[in-house]
Design a protein around this ligand. Sequence first.
Ligand code: UDP
Length: 243
Amino acid sequence: MPDQAKPAYRRILLKLSGEALMGRQDYGLDPEMVRRIASEVRAVHEFGVELCIVIGGGNIFRGVSGASAGMDRASADYMGMLATVINALALQSAMESEGLHTRVLSAIPMQTVCEPYIRRRAMRHMEKGRIVIFAAGTGNPFFTTDTAAALRATEMNCDVLIKATKVDGVYSADPVKHSDAVRYDRLSYRDVMIQDLKVMDGSAIDLCRENGIPILVFSIHNTGALVDVVQSRGSFTLISEKG
Ligand code: UDP
């Protein structure tokens, strides 16, 4: 790390989708990918950035899929939230192997496996240099972990919500399907809403906008990208009020 390297943020919330933990598999967890993410988180932590994480569950179960298969939507969503707890425990284990101190806080109380979510406790963990992993989304059905990320970023007074995706930012169209898709360096919340860009769901964007939390979108598949983007380096899209 060059001497002049400085983090651009003091406290960040990292949103990892379940898919990020899946690596090249079609389902579940790729241990190699989970290890790599844990080591990138360590690099950011060693850089002096306070960090908390919201983890998704789409690599295991999504409520909408259960509902489309005839299941009651609320029950299917609870299954999705439980999937995020599985991912949180996997990530915690990999991060502790990296020598990091972590706590999993679940929005659905599950005393025998992790702590319940209590905002002041989460704050205290972060002040002590622990990495907090928020599990079970918002704890409510009909929401997503993107909304949970916007909510926790606000509650934890984070300077930025960093969303890890498969591509290095927000594009005008899906860059995998459209070779002429353009990547944006900066966007306003309004641009995202008006152009219906698929970044996060509307309620998550709204919550970030109302609370002035910028959203940074980058690719978790580029090794080392996380430590770059916390220094405002490399390839990413930044979404803010003025764009
Ligand atoms: N979920 C929910 N409430 C929340 C967060 C998540 O009901 O506050 C459920 C929902 O069924 C969702 C699943 O958990 O499909 C997994 O979360 P998400 O789809 O956001 O995960 P990701 O796409 O980030 O992997």
